[in-house]
Design a protein around this ligand. Structure first.
Ligand SMILES: [Zn+2]
Length: 283
């Protein structure tokens, strides 16, 4: 499931094909994804110019010159591919349409952007740009983890009263936007905090340190994603899924990488999701 760094990588990869460009034709091949598409979506997109491509949490927003924004959510398995850009950014020919190519954008510059989603947990909607933040999917989301509003004072004050395990507190999108399972596991490992530890029993200075650690973990992944964009032109044009080495995520039973530790990484299930951690380094 794509998390914030993956979505940011998709946004960065789409920008050369879409930002400042006119959608010559939008093709919508089914009535819905997770929810029904808005009325006349293809007509409302066709001919519009994308003035800005931005990200809020795990959503991509394409601000159109018509006062509307297209909201894109990749869901669990959504993929975006770019093909056929005449400027040489992308070497791929337009591939044959695939079964799950639900929405296709043919840009006036010759690029084709395809949204493919076999499981259809993704979403697209059109909303007034001026009130985008009030959209039901965006209204209750907390500050961006890489923005100024996410700082030590805010974080400590918001987390300290909570009696839930720190893992589930960090996954609360009202506290901070876009954090998911993978990067929460990685941040807690770096902070030396066990995912099961109650938030109200963590010293304020250890909580405060998490702010910088969360920013670092996400920023490093975004940099890794950016590097992957240099390679995808030789691959299949798919954006956003990149190889990234994790310290604990997905490493159950493997030795901890902390020098001198080597303890087997453990996995516990919390609220139905796997947490990976080192029982020696994280308390
Ligand atoms: Zn360890």
């Amino acid at each position: 499931m794509p998390e914030l760094p993956e979505v940011e990588t998709v946004r960065t990869g789409l920008a050369p094909a879409m930002e400042g460009q006119v959608i010559a034709r939008a093709t919508v091949n089914r009535p819905d994804l997770r929810w029904p598409f808005p009325d006349r979506m293809a007509e409302r997109l066709t001919g519009a110019r994308i003035e800005r491509l931005r990200r809020r949490s795990k959503y991509i927003l394409a601000d159109l010159d018509r006062g509307e924004s297209l909201l894109i959510h990749l869901g669990m398995s959504g993929r975006m591919t770019v093909s056929g850009d005449p400027l040489g950014q992308f070497v791929h020919e337009h591939p044959a349409a695939e079964k799950h190519d639900h929405v296709v954008f043919d840009m006036a510059n010759g690029a084709r952007v395809t949204f493919n989603d076999p499981r259809r947990f993704g979403a697209m909607d059109l909303l007034p740009t001026a009130t985008a933040e009030l959209h039901p999917l965006l209204a209750n989301i907390g500050p961006e983890p890489l923005g100024n509003a996410f700082n030590e004072d805010y974080f400590v004050a918001a987390v300290r009263p909570r009696r839930s395990p720190i893992k589930s507190v960090l996954l609360d999108q009202k506290l901070v936007a876009g954090l998911g399972n993978i990067y929460v596991c990685e941040a807690l490992f770096r902070a030396g905090i066990a995912p099961t530890r109650r938030a109200d029993r963590i010293a304020p200075q250890r909580l405060a340190a998490l702010v910088t650690i969360i920013r670092d973990v996400l920023s490093e992944a975004i940099v890794a994603g950016g590097s992957s964009l240099k390679d995808y032109r030789q691959a299949d044009g798919e954006l956003g899924y990149f190889q990234h080495s994790f310290d604990v995520y997905g490493r159950e039973g493997d030795p901890c990488r902390t020098p001198g530790c080597g303890t087997a990484i453990r996995r516990v299930v919390q609220s139905g999701r796997s947490s990976f951690y080192c029982p020696q380094c994280q308390r």
